[in-house]
Design a protein around this ligand. Structure first.
Ligand SMILES: Cc1cc2nc3c(=O)[nH]c(=O)nc-3n(C[C@H](O)[C@H](O)[C@H](O)COP(=O)(O)OP(=O)(O)OC[C@H]3O[C@@H](n4cnc5c(N)ncnc54)[C@H](O)[C@@H]3O)c2cc1C
Length: 351
């Protein structure tokens, strides 16, 4: 079976990685791997953020899928866990109760324990929740590793080649590029925010929300932070090479702003927030990235067939979900998926 995976972000890479041992896989990428959202992500793998119980369960399974993959591939995920104190008062209790009722590993910690876990953070909160199963990763590096592993299993990668259209109407039999058509038995669109444009060819409407996101990265510092930290002013973490990373907006996963303020103002405001937590650190920012998150209209993933021979996989929280999506989409395409996990996220049939 010949399969085309269009888009070499983390989702396309994870799908290609799972399919490569079972099919002849070609990944076609317009620019370079992780050129879009995957190269601009905060990279937090979590199930403490979710929209409904099904979505939470999907994310829990997604964490488990990364753990499975970790056993065979050097993913680079830092399984540090998260400390969360974003809400206070009744909202804090509600989050704690909801996650405990869902059976999510959650520990209530007090200020003393917080201080022991994070000795460099000024003014620890009175209490926080610890989510020990969560982690974070450089999504661009992981995308590369997945693609390299897929190529080791026979997959082929075509870079710098935008797909310009789909071939076929009732059944999709390949894609068009400026260098000519490429035919296949099955085509998978893992093209993030570019997906609606490609689906126009088959008359399928997949509305996405406009959700820009800015990420600030500091110059490398000695180890200062041990967990992913989620306070009322936003999320921060420190990567394996010492950079402090922070989305410019608080609660970045549910951030619904359609535009971003001037980047220089944003940089100063974000630095200010980090300095409040880490006043002793010699903090200077070296990189800011503006990315467009692929967010389907309902805020939830859209994964499945839209036409015979054509699958889409578009979602926010793609870093959290990629390993699971890779497993399930590969099983779908190979006709082996008997899991109900993705049922709530199937594309709505078009009229
Ligand atoms: C600031 C920010 C913070 C984020 N934080 C988190 C987080 O903490 N945790 C989390 O789980 N998620 C997070 N996300 C979301 C996550 O990064 C995305 O959901 C994920 O990267 C989507 O991956 P993807 O492979 O679907 O899309 P993308 O990474 O956008 O990849 C799509 C690829 O398709 C290619 N392409 C597009 N059109 C074509 C074409 N016509 N032909 C060929 N190739 C094409 C593009 O060049 C690109 O390489 C964040 C995103 C942003 C921007």
């Amino acid at each position: 079976m010949k399969v085309l995976v269009i888009g070499a972000g983390i989702i396309g890479a994870a799908i290609a990685h799972r399919l490569a041992p079972h099919a002849r896989v070609t990944v076609i990428e317009a620019v370079t791997p992780a050129a879009a959202a995957s190269g601009k992500s905060f990279g937090w793998i979590n199930a403490s953020y979710y929209q409904n119980d099904d979505h939470h369960r999907l994310r829990v399974q997604a964490i488990a899928a990364w753990r499975r993959l970790d056993a065979t591939l050097r993913t680079g995920i830092q399984w540090t866990g998260t400390l969360w104190w974003e809400e206070t008062g009744p909202a804090f209790e509600a989050t704690h109760d909801a996650l405990r009722d869902l059976g999510y590993p959650t520990r209530l910690i007090d200020a003393d324990e917080f201080e022991r876990l994070e000795p460099n953070i000024a003014t620890p909160p009175d209490r926080a929740l610890q989510f020990p199963t969560e982690g974070a990763v450089d999504a661009a590096a992981l995308t590369d590793r997945l693609l390299t592993a897929a190529m080791g299993q026979g997959a082929q990668l075509i870079l710098g080649t935008p797909v310009t259209g789909l071939i076929g109407t009732s059944r999709i039999t390949g894609v068009r590029t400026d260098q000519g058509p490429i035919h296949a038995d099955h085509t998978i669109l893992a093209t993030g925010t570019a997906t609606p444009g490609l689906l126009c060819d088959v008359g399928y409407d997949l509305p996405l929300l406009r959700r820009p996101g800015v990420l600030l990265r500091s110059e490398p510092l000695p180890p200062l932070i041990n967990h992913i930290l989620v306070g009322p002013d936003g999320e921060i973490r420190q990567d394996a090479t010492g950079h402090i990373l922070a989305p410019a907006s608080a609660s970045h996963q549910s951030d619904d702003a359609e535009t971003v303020p001037a980047l220089s103002d944003l940089a100063e405001a974000t630095l200010h927030r980090i300095r409040t937590l880490l006043p002793e650190a010699d903090l200077r920012w070296s990189r800011m990235t503006l990315g467009q998150r692929p967010v389907p209209e309902q805020g939830l993933p859209v994964v499945g067939d839209v036409r015979p021979g054509l699958t889409v996989a578009v979602m926010h929280s793609g870093v959290t979900l990629a390993a699971l999506i890779g497993e399930r989409v590969a099983a779908d395409v190979l006709g082996r998926d008997d899991s109900p996990l993705l049922q709530p996220y199937r594309p709505v049939p078009s009229v």
